[in-house]
Design a protein around this ligand. Structure first.
Ligand SMILES: *Cc1c(COP(=O)(O)O)cnc(C)c1O
Length: 369
């Protein structure tokens, strides 16, 4: 397994920052609960992204769930949701017994199409919240989306699980809406082995989120609960890994960009190849370098050729409105996200890849033409 080239795998700092924080947790016996690393990680991440407050949680999925609760989403409410995403974006809508309406992508950003969103507001004026995803580290067009959502007075939750280090017009994605969600799952640009963060400028709501995430314990000596609780808090050991990883985030983004530019230079001229879109207002973190194929070579051929050499590649996310579980819910749009799924492939984008590795991948792909 060690010589396998991955799409994106954990990459700890050369300096051992993560172990220093973890060691500190061991030395002080702050293994659990909470502790200095949790507080430190929350403050350092909030500062890095430019949010007033952050809550460290056990996963990005948990953060999305509590964001929906914080936004007041409840049984029977409608929530607009990007269709081209990982299922973790949509699942929490169901946890809240709310109803998703899936929104198509546009070609320019691969993310939520503002025209489809506008159409959706016309069809479902009583919508409660919008979850907009920044896919593969590409920014959604936040000016257009925020304008529409503000006009309709609807809460915005940004799923920035894949876009830590991505800037839209100079501002970190995940900080435009009422709530932003980051993930530190093993495949993300930085990882804590597993974990998530909810950010917001609303300190009070973040404090409430921490309360919900620790079983909603009222301040009483006996165990008293006036609200439904969850066990969603990040552990102090895990947060130590996060604090160390945050120190190398910029380095990781730099390497991801290098990988993307390598592929672009080597592959873009091949017949039918189109690299994922970059817009002048977008500074992506290039979490996964992806491309679409319009010619004779199909994504499956690339994935199979790479797999033979022990190299991982994957299709683009299958849209939620095409998933067996979610297809019963409504969808607004055309076939943009479906086409991206049919024609797209995510290339190995692991930050530990050497130039030799990149050359190997490129050579295997070029051989198919
Ligand atoms: C990874 C991911 C999540 C979920 O994060 P976890 O920390 O794994 O729960 C949510 N949305 C998107 C788009 C993701 O890629």
């Amino acid at each position: 397994m060690t010589d396998r080239i991955f799409l994106s795998s954990p990459h700890m700092s050369d300096e051992g920052y993560e172990m220093q924080y973890v060691q500190e947790a061991f030395d002080t016996n702050w293994i659990a609960p909470l502790g200095q690393n949790v507080n430190g990680f929350e403050q350092e991440l909030a500062e890095k992204v430019g949010s007033k407050a952050a809550a460290a949680l056990s996963s990005g999925t948990g953060a999305l769930h509590l964001a929906l609760r914080a936004a007041g989403v409840d049984e029977g409410d409608i929530v607009f949701c990007s269709t081209l995403t990982f299922s973790a974006t949509a699942n929490p809508i169901i946890y809240q017994n709310a109803t998703p309406v899936f929104i198509d992508s546009d070609h320019e950003t691969w993310n939520m199409c503002s025209k489809a969103l506008e159409e959706a507001f016309g069809k479902y004026p009583n919508v409660r919240a919008v979850i907009v995803v920044h896919l593969y580290g590409l920014s959604a067009d936040m000016d257009k989306i925020m304008n529409l959502c503000n006009k309709h007075g609807v809460a915005v939750i940004e799923d920035a699980a894949e876009s830590l280090g991505t800037y839209y017009k100079g501002v970190q994605t995940g900080t435009f809406g009422d709530y932003g969600v980051f993930s530190f799952n093993g495949n993300k640009i930085i990882t804590t082995s597993g974990g998530g963060m909810l950010v917001s400028d609303n300190k009070e709501r973040i404090a409430k989120t921490r309360f919900w995430a620790t079983q909603s314990r009222d301040s009483a000596r006996h165990y008293q609960h006036s609200e439904l609780g969850f066990n969603y808090r990040m552990s102090n050991v895990v947060a130590g890994i996060g604090r160390g990883q945050l120190k190398v985030l910029d380095q990781r983004v730099e390497k991801k960009r290098y990988i993307y530019q390598f592929y672009k230079r080597e592959l873009e001229h091949l017949d039918g190849v189109e690299m994922m879109p970059t817009n002048e207002w977008d500074e992506p973190n290039y979490w996964l370098s992806s491309m679409t194929l319009k010619g004779n070579v199909r994504p499956i051929e690339i994935m199979e050729a790479l797999e033979k050499e022990n190299i991982e590649a994957r299709p683009i996310w299958k849209p939620m409105h095409k998933q067996p579980y979610f297809e019963k819910y409504n969808f607004v749009g055309t076939d943009v996200s479906e086409q991206l799924f049919e024609n797209g492939v995510c290339l190995p984008s692991d930050t530990k890849m050497t130039d030799q590795d990149l050359e190997k991948v490129v050579k295997i792909i070029k051989n198919l033409w």
